[in-house]
Design a protein around this ligand. Structure first.
Ligand code: NAD
Ligand code: UFG
Length: 346
């Protein structure tokens, strides 16, 4: 007999982090329903996850801003909780289209929370981001570090966090866990699913891998005069399958609780900083490719260094990232080299 604590709604489950998390959920014996409007993902990702787990995915194409559609889903299933990945994530686009970002990320989440309340589903794991720490004064960054934001995307994550805090104060049945991701990279070791940016990538790892595979000519490194080990930016890169396991650990923790936990933010990072040049060197070594680069001006809004304290995740959830920078590069390269056009197989 199935345990009702096992059924999870995964919004945005067709996306990069969501698709990897679906596999981890399946492996941990959770049942899931994926709800995604495919605005930044494809059915092919769902098909591949189905193949990898050896069974069809219960997939619904829908928008989190559509309350009636969500109601139908909640009426048809008895969920233990929701993992909420659905949202838009491009910082530059958020500056150009702030209303689109607030509508999707903030209004969408409010609609989801209302429907959860109507159906007395009170467990939520939310995709937050290290972006809520702004330009950190102290490293490593703990969950108590001050929060701020510098662009509409970051502001939308921070606003949702504030909403979750207020909601937790209003009713002690809620358990609301924002997982603050640092820099997710890598792909499933099968090479079947991975990150598939729509356009020219904004983020470092997909840019490097597209140069390595010959789709782009050279990497521009934004700044070599930061106060870091080699002058380039430092980030806490975390393998997406480690990140996926972090979601399973958060859910496992929720299933052990007898009462609402309130608002419980948790960092998901490795605790280690790696510079842009260090990542590039590691990727070159793993792929055997020469990856041309040049130094250009700093990118507006970038910070010098950012890495997590991952102590809270270990203490509370028993979770710790285990994969190395080499693993991250190897799995990215595997995915990129067998899928040079991502999911676009036509
Ligand atoms: P992604 O774009 O690959 O996945 C997001 C998914 O949500 C997509 O499949 C998209 O189609 C779906 N979606 C968007 N708006 C929706 C809506 N209104 N209704 C239903 N579905 C909708 O992004 P990702 O990298 O997998 O990120 C997942 C979450 O993690 C996002 O909320 C993102 O902001 C957050 N996050 C990502 C990173 C990162 O670097 N990838 C870092 C920190 C936080
Ligand atoms: N970088 C380059 N060249 C590129 C792309 C990036 O030199 O072509 C550098 C950046 O300057 C930075 C580092 O690589 O020093 C990492 O940049 P990313 O764009 O990969 O990642 P960010 O840390 O800037 O931002 C990411 C997500 C945000 C999220 C933030 C914190 O894109 O959405 O992590 O989680 F908010």
């Amino acid at each position: 007999m199935k345990n009702i604590k096992n059924k999870i709604l995964v919004t945005g489950g067709a996306g990069y982090i969501g698709s990897h998390t679906c596999i981890a959920l399946h492996e941990a014996d959770y049942d899931m329903v994926v709800y995604d409007n495919l605005s930044n993902s494809s059915r092919e990702a769902i098909n591949r996850v189905s193949t990898l787990i050896g069974q069809p995915i219960d997939f619904i194409e829908g928008d989190i801003r559509d309350a009636d559609s969500l109601r139908q889903v909640f009426a048809a299933h008895q969920f233990f909780g929701v993992i909420h990945f659905a949202g838009l994530k491009a910082v530059g686009e958020s500056v150009a289209k702030p209303l689109m970002y607030y509508d999707n990320n903030v209004n969408g989440t409010i609609t989801l929370l209302k429907v959860m309340a109507e159906h007395e589903v009170s467990n939520l794991v939310f995709s937050s981001s290290a972006t809520v720490y702004g330009d950190p004064e102290v490293l490593p960054i703990t969950e108590e570090s001050p929060r701020s934001s510098t662009n509409p995307y970051g502001q939308s994550k921070l606003t949702v966090e504030h909403i979750l805090e207020d909601l937790a104060l209003s009713d002690n049945r809620w358990s609301l866990i924002p997982l603050r991701y640092f820099n997710p990279v890598g792909a499933h070791p099968s090479g079947q699913i991975g990150e598939d940016p729509n356009d020219i990538p904004n983020n470092l790892m997909p840019y490097i891998s597209q140069v390595a595979v010959g789709k782009l000519d050279q990497l521009s490194i934004f700044g070599n005069d930061y106060p870091t080990v080699d002058g380039t930016g430092v980030r806490d890169f975390i393998h997406v399958t480690d990140l996926a396991q972090g979601h399973v650990a958060a859910l496992n923790y929720l299933t052990q609780q007898q009462q609402g936990l309130g608002f419980l933010p948790i960092n998901l990072g490795t605790g280690k900083g790696t510079s842009v040049l260090e990542l590039l060197t590691a990727f070159s070594a793993v792929s055997g490719q020469n990856i041309p680069f040049r130094f250009v001006e700093r990118r507006a809004g970038d910070i010098a260094s950012c890495y997590a304290s991952a102590d809270k995740a270990q203490a509370l959830l028993g979770w710790k990232a285990s994969l190395s920078i080499t693993d991250m590069c190897q799995d990215t390269w595997h995915w990129q080299s067998i899928n040079p056009n991502g999911y676009n197989i036509a």
